[in-house]
Design a protein around this ligand. Structure first.
Ligand code: NAD
Length: 266
């Protein structure tokens, strides 16, 4: 008997998203960047939205030569009217932009709480609101909300993030119920810790709050409850997003697709 290879010999071929337009928020960063490139690799015309103009310029260069196209769109999502307007006419919407602050509730700055809820919950609502008329009009649409294990579980010191992600879960499920008669699916993707700048930036805060050196944060805090002891790669999340946008996913709606190395198996 032969032992199966640890890694598949060939990656699955991309779903054909030729002719589809896709908007990805937070596209200059780790997971959003991977999603934008993955959808462009599948042939989509991608609108890459972020407030980071330099990051979008790097992304645009990376996308050259892919089967689809990628158009950068510099936008701060706290401008909610502009966010809603930007989503008009898109077939696929990936709500991904996010930010994190790790502080106990009694020290958590109220203005940061407000910004986190605005970018990670109210902007997705406004983007969905902007996208739906076109999706309903053509009887097809895909909404993918990048949630987190923190949409399903809490951790200390992350009040704004956990509140926003739990709210996003509810928004996603409501969009799924309303969208189903119109051929529109809405799902969450729920990663554990992914190798991105957002995670790198919280290592020092976590070390201070837990009273341990930075080099012990990964194993003793972030991956403590995870059975698979490694960070997830952004491409793994993007692969799930592409799957949810493809032709075999039309019955998958209102779900939370967990990629967490076994964290929520506890
Ligand atoms: P990241 O910091 O690498 O990227 C986030 C992007 O969002 C950045 O490019 C940033 O410029 C953009 N952004 C932030 N605020 C914005 C605003 N007001 N307007 C426009 N753009 C804005 O983060 P990431 O790790 O790639 O996270 C992406 C998403 O994945 C987030 O929603 C995050 O909560 C979620 N997530 C991340 C992890 C992880 O471990 N990294 C795990 C689970 C879920």
């Amino acid at each position: 008997m032969t032992t199966p290879p640890a890694v598949p010999a060939a990656l699955p071929s991309p779903p054909d998203l030729g002719g589809r337009t896709a908007l990805v928020t937070g596209a200059a960063g780790g997971i959003g960047r991977a999603c934008a490139l993955r959808l462009a690799a599948a042939g989509a015309e991608v609108r890459a939205v972020d407030r980071d103009a330099a990051g979008l310029a790097d992304l645009t260069a990376l996308a050259a030569g892919l089967p689809g196209t990628l158009a950068p769109h510099v936008l701060d999502l706290t401008d909610l009217d502009a966010a809603e307007h930007a989503a008009e006419g898109t077939d696929i919407l990936v709500n991904n932009a996010g930010l994190q602050l790790v502080r106990p509730i009694e020290d958590f700055p109220p203005d940061v709480f407000h910004t986190v809820l605005t970018v990670m919950l109210e902007a997705p609502f406004r983007l969905i609101r902007g996208a739906l008329p076109h999706m309903y009009g053509q009887g097809w649409g895909r909404i993918v909300n990048i949630s987190s294990v923190h949409g399903l579980r809490a951790s200390p010191f992350k009040s704004a993030y956990v509140a926003a992600k739990h709210g996003l879960e509810g928004l996603s499920k409501t969009a799924a119920l309303e969208g189903a008669p119109h051929g529109v699916t809405s799902n969450c993707v729920n990663p554990g810790y992914v190798r991105t700048p957002l995670v790198e930036r919280q290592l020092a805060d976590q070390a201070a709050l837990h009273g341990i050196p930075v080099e012990r944060v990964l194993t003793e805090v972030l991956l403590r409850d995870t059975a698979v002891k490694r960070l997830i790669e952004p491409d793994e999340v993007a692969e799930m997003v592409a799957h949810l946008c493809g032709p075999t996913a039309s019955s998958i709606t209102g779900t939370s697709q967990v990629l967490d190395g076994g964290w929520t198996a506890h």
